[in-house]
Design a binder for this molecule. Structure first.
Ligand SMILES: Cc1ncc(COP(=O)(O)O)c(C=O)c1O
Length: 486
């Protein structure tokens, strides 16, 4: 029997022509992006039109759909693809990553398991990433999840499992109900908000986070950590994990990883490193020594969609001990198979999710295209640009650095010469400056806060960032700042 006429079958036959159209539109978008307005905000009328579009009774034509997306959606991306977007820590997508993602969705394979091509590519990528971060290869693995939040949650779930098991509880069977000791997570007071969300999601409550005070460079203090743990142990509490930062979101600070690892090893406490942004800094000889102890952590979060140009989304979790991970997550009902090998493990045994996107193609392709040398060049260049901006700001008499430059982040503020106004006035000036830059489409640089002072925060993340961007940025900020404060 012939199947009824179906629009999807029609598109399959017409795939080449449709794909050429989409490729042409994507190419034009990428080509014209650098000269366009940095942060384009969707007009109100168009938002309404899109929000109110009804589901058509009869399907729209494929060309009509492509036109709709081209005209009404594509012109309004987030600014992160643009080289003068310095605000958020997301890199632009590598063109080869975009193309590889198309192949991945064409294959439509998932990352749960089974012996499809993506699983073996993931096995290869997993090794590449562990090698790049100098992480041990024996019994370890890499998971590709949606991002830093998901990786942190996965890691802390396993940390909780291990702490509970060691203390004699069966957390998979009895949950938290049976645990009569307070489980605690230690993390820098500069930790990303996802850590608190994870601890809340794990049922421990935000009050179970011990915030480690930081030094004048925003690094969590190891001496304080040791004291806090000792006190909690004496009180009968159950330390569950220590989270160290390898590149804080706000200032790029790197916690003293070796000292943290000593403290955790001595007391057999899980060490998780949140290097969602900063872990690739290990490729820069200047930061190699500080980041080399990543290898001592039980788990390391790192986002290829941050520093390594992989199209969103992709978070990578380096896992030291596969067996504990499997013990914490694996559940194999009759309708699934258990499987995988040492070098190509099936991810569903090691995480909460079953069916999810295969992120290995786009990530592998991006890394393969750049190679170790290309990746190193990017990391070193971004760090150098941040240093250069820091130096130029310090030489100027109308800017103030608010935190030491670390990795590719610079936190600073504009301060008019001979300023005699209030701190609140300065705070407002930073916000006004940032908003004006965005409105005029010149750059995207949202504000943040350092030691209670509002600041501008520049983070270099674009593969085409050069020293010219710094000249442009400084001229822009000074011109706007002078105009707005006179
Ligand atoms: C240090 C750090 N950890 C975790 C996250 C969360 O990552 P994601 O947004 O991919 O969930 C971020 C995001 O900026 C981050 O900077």
């Amino acid at each position: 029997m012939t199947p009824p006429a179906n629009p999807l079958a029609e598109d399959r036959r017409d795939f080449n022509r449709l794909a050429q159209r989409v490729a042409g539109i994507a190419e034009q978008h990428l080509r014209t992006l650098p000269d366009g307005v940095v942060d384009r905000v969707m007009p109100e009328t168009l938002r309404r039109e899109v929000l109110d579009t009804p589901l058509p009774a009869q399907g729209m034509g494929a060309d009509q759909i492509i036109d709709f997306l081209r005209d009404k959606i594509l012109p309004w991306p987030l600014p992160t693809g643009h080289a003068r977007s310095y605000g958020w820590i997301n890199s632009p997508p590598a063109p080869i990553g975009i193309l590889a993602e198309t192949l991945a969705t064409t294959m439509n394979t998932t990352s749960d398991g089974y012996d499809h091509g993506g699983i073996f590519l993931l096995g290869c990528l997993s090794r590449w990433l562990r090698e790049l971060f100098e992480f041990p290869l024996d019994d370890s693995m890499t998971l590709l999840l949606s991002g830093g939040s998901a990786c942190n949650l996965n890691a802390l779930t396993v940390a909780r499992h291990k702490a509970a098991t060691q203390a004699g509880y069966d957390i998979r069977r009895d949950g938290l109900q049976a645990i009569d000791r307070r489980m605690l997570v230690y993390s820098s007071q500069e930790a990303h908000s996802s850590i608190q969300k994870c601890v809340e999601t794990l049922g421990l409550g935000a009050g179970s986070i011990r915030a480690i005070p930081t030094d004048d460079q925003f690094r969590a203090r190891a001496d304080m950590l040791a004291d806090m743990i000792e006190q909690d142990l004496r009180a009968g509490h159950l330390p569950c994990a220590v989270v160290a930062l390898a590149g804080s979101t706000n200032t790029g600070a790197i916690d003293p990883l070796d000292e943290f690892a000593n403290i955790c090893e001595q007391r057999d406490i899980w060490l998780h490193v949140d290097g969602a942004y900063g872990a690739p800094g290990i490729l820069d000889p200047r930061y190699h020594g500080q980041l080399r102890p990543l290898a001592r952590a039980d788990t390391v979060t790192f986002n290829p969609h941050k520093w390594l140009m992989t199209p969103v989304d992709c978070g990578a979790l380096l896992v030291k001990n596969k067996s504990i991970h499997r013990e914490a997550f694996s559940l194999v009902p009759a309708y699934l198979e258990a499987g995988g090998t040492d070098d190509a493990p099936w991810p569903y045994h090691y995480s909460f999710q079953l069916t999810y996107a295969d992120r290995s193609l786009k990530t592998w392709a991006t890394l393969a295209r750049l190679g170790r040398d290309g990746l190193t060049e990017l990391v070193v260049r971004f760090d150098k640009l941040a240093d250069l901006l820091g130096e130029r700001l310090e030489q100027s008499d109308c800017f103030e650095l608010l935190a030491p430059v670390s990795l590719s982040v610079v936190c600073f503020r504009y301060r008019p010469r001979d300023y005699s106004g209030t701190e609140d006035g300065l705070d407002e000036l930073q916000s006004a400056l940032s908003a004006q830059l965005t409105r005029d489409g010149e750059a995207h640089m949202p504000t943040s806060e350092v030691n209670g002072k509002r600041c501008l925060r520049a983070c270099f993340m674009h593969y085409e960032n050069t020293e010219q961007d710094i000249d442009h940025l400084l001229t822009l900020l000074e011109t706007y700042g002078n105009a707005m404060s006179s």
